[in-house]
Design a protein around this ligand. Structure first.
Ligand code: ARG
Length: 259
C-alpha cells in the first residue's frame, strides 16, 4: 500500500516536470514581444513628444491590438524608406507608419485589413508668395516629398515622368518634418510639399503652412508584417476588428483628430 502510494506520487511529479518542460518549450516558440517600426515624423499618426516618447494614432492602435492579443510591444523609430527592409531582415515584426497598401508593397510584405483612408494634398507656406491653383503651377517651384512614400511616387509619376516638372526641382526628404521645416524657410528651399491629407491638416493647424490643392489618390493604410507571417497578421486583423467595434476607436479618433 505504502509503496503503491510512493510510485503514484513519483509518477505525478514526473508528469508535472514533463508538463512544465513541454509548456516552456511552447513559450519559446511563440515570441511574446513584438517590435513595431515606425517613422515618427507624421503627426497625428506617429510623432515624438518633447521627451522623445513616440505617440500617435497608429502607435496607440497597434499597441492596443497587440497587447489585447497577449503581446508586449516595443516601438522603434526608423526612416520610412528603411522600414520594409527592416521588416524583411527580421529587425522589426510590424510596420505601423500610416503605410498605404499598394500592389508594389504587397509583393514585399503582407498587410492587415485597412484601418484609415487618405488622399494627397499640396502644402505651401502661408504668406510665402507661392501661387499654386492647378497641378501645372507646380512646375514653377521646387517640390518636396518624403522618399519612398506614395506622395513621392505621385510627384515622380505624374509630374517628373511626364515632363511637367524638371527633375532637379524634385526634392526627396528622409523626414516629412524636415520637408515642412524647409517649406517654412521659403520657396528658395522648397515651394510645395506633397503629403497625405490628414497629416497636411495637422501641419496646417499650426498656422505656418496651408493646403492649396487636393489630389485624389484613394489610399488606405494598413499595418505590415513580414511576408508569410500569417499568425501575426491574423491576430492583428482579429484585434483590429474587435477594437473597431468598441468605443476605444472613437476615443482614439477624438484624441488625435479633434482640432
Ligand atoms: N501614406 C504614405 C505612404 O504610404 C506616407 C506614409 C508616411 N509615413 C510616415 N510615418 N512618415 O507612402
Amino acid at each position: 500500500m505504502e509503496n503503491k502510494k510512493k510510485i503514484f506520487s513519483i509518477i505525478l511529479v514526473l508528469a508535472m516536470v514533463i508538463g512544465t518542460v513541454a509548456l516552456s518549450g511552447c513559450t519559446q516558440e511563440t515570441k511574446n514581444k513584438i517590435i513595431v517600426g515606425t517613422s515618427a515624423d507624421f503627426a497625428p499618426f506617429e510623432y515624438k513628444l518633447a521627451n522623445q516618447t513616440i505617440v500617435g494614432f497608429d502607435i496607440d492602435l497597434i499597441k492596443k491590438v497587440l497587447t489585447d492579443q497577449g503581446y508586449t510591444v516595443e516601438v522603434q523609430d526608423i526612416q520610412f524608406d528603411s522600414l520594409i527592409p527592416a521588416l524583411q531582415q527580421g529587425k522589426i515584426d510590424v510596420i505601423a507608419a500610416a503605410m498605404t497598401i499598394d500592389d508594389e508593397r504587397k509583393q514585399q510584405v503582407d498587410f492587415s485589413i485597412p484601418y484609415y483612408d487618405s488622399n494627397q494634398t499640396v502644402l505651401v507656406k502661408v504668406g510665402g508668395g507661392v501661387n499654386i491653383t492647378t497641378i501645372e503651377d507646380l512646375k514653377n517651384y521646387t517640390v518636396g516629398a518624403q522618399t519612398g512614400t506614395t506622395g513621392w511616387d505621385w510627384v515622380n509619376d505624374t509630374l517628373v515622368a511626364t515632363g511637367k516638372l524638371n527633375k532637379d526641382k524634385f526634392r526627396g526628404y528622409d523626414l516629412y518634418t524636415d520637408a515642412v521645416a524647409d517649406l517654412i524657410i521659403g520657396p528658395s528651399r522648397v515651394g510645395a510639399v506633397v503629403i497625405d491629407t490628414p497629416v497636411a491638416q495637422a501641419f496646417a493647424n499650426k498656422g505656418n503652412v496651408k493646403i492649396v490643392l487636393n489630389i485624389t489618390t484613394n489610399e488606405s493604410y494598413g499595418f505590415a508584417v513580414k511576408k508569410g507571417d500569417t499568425v501575426l497578421v491574423n491576430k492583428i486583423n482579429a484585434g483590429l476588428t474587435a477594437v473597431a467595434a468598441t468605443t476605444y476607436w472613437e476615443e482614439l479618433i477624438e484624441k488625435y483628430f479633434a482640432t
